[in-house]
Design a binder for this molecule. Sequence first.
Ligand SMILES: [Ca+2]
Ligand SMILES: [Ca+2]
Length: 214
Amino acid sequence: MNRTGIVRTATVAGVTAALGLAAAAPALAAPPVTTAADLNGDGELETVTVRQTGDDQLISATVDGTSTSIRLPLDSQFGLEALRVADLNGDGRAELIVTRSVGANTTFFSALHFDGRTLSPVVGPDDQPFSFAEGGGVAAHLGYTCNPFERGRAFAVVASENDDVSRPTGQFTYSGTRTAYTLRDGALSVQESTPITARPVNDPLLAVDAAGCA
Ligand SMILES: [Ca+2]
Ligand SMILES: [Ca+2]
């Protein structure tokens, strides 16, 4: 008889039971989610924390000993989502991508910029906090990436709709816009806006990859 094997099995079962109990315990409050990002571009990572405060998410960081925080609405149905760290202009200072709402197929984001003292929303050409999306399911093709531009990067956002969802999946085409932005001092300017007309999903104009901004 292999006694060692029995003991091991019993131990694994005990651990599983313990984990089961832990999982069944009621969740009191979502724990804060931390992310490391070099906000000021000095080569040292800062810790950025996002925590739920009622219907909001409070994003806070300490840079060079000074704390900064900003409060944004939270999709309370979905809960806290980790921040994405990006460098939208390739200047070595991180921007933060914050999940604002989560739909069945589409996630909406805004971006934060650290100006040397505080975190503030990245604004679009209209001077309003910029919003962008990823996903779209069958009806749309949405996303973003970053591409090399001059000595840094451009931030490219694709927003397109399926031309005819009644077609077979392999024949879907999308129309919309691919807009490349440059980010300076927390504000986006349009570098290039390219219409997308009835292109298949594998067309380069539709290419998006969030990792391109990491
Ligand atoms: Ca730093
Ligand atoms: Ca940057």
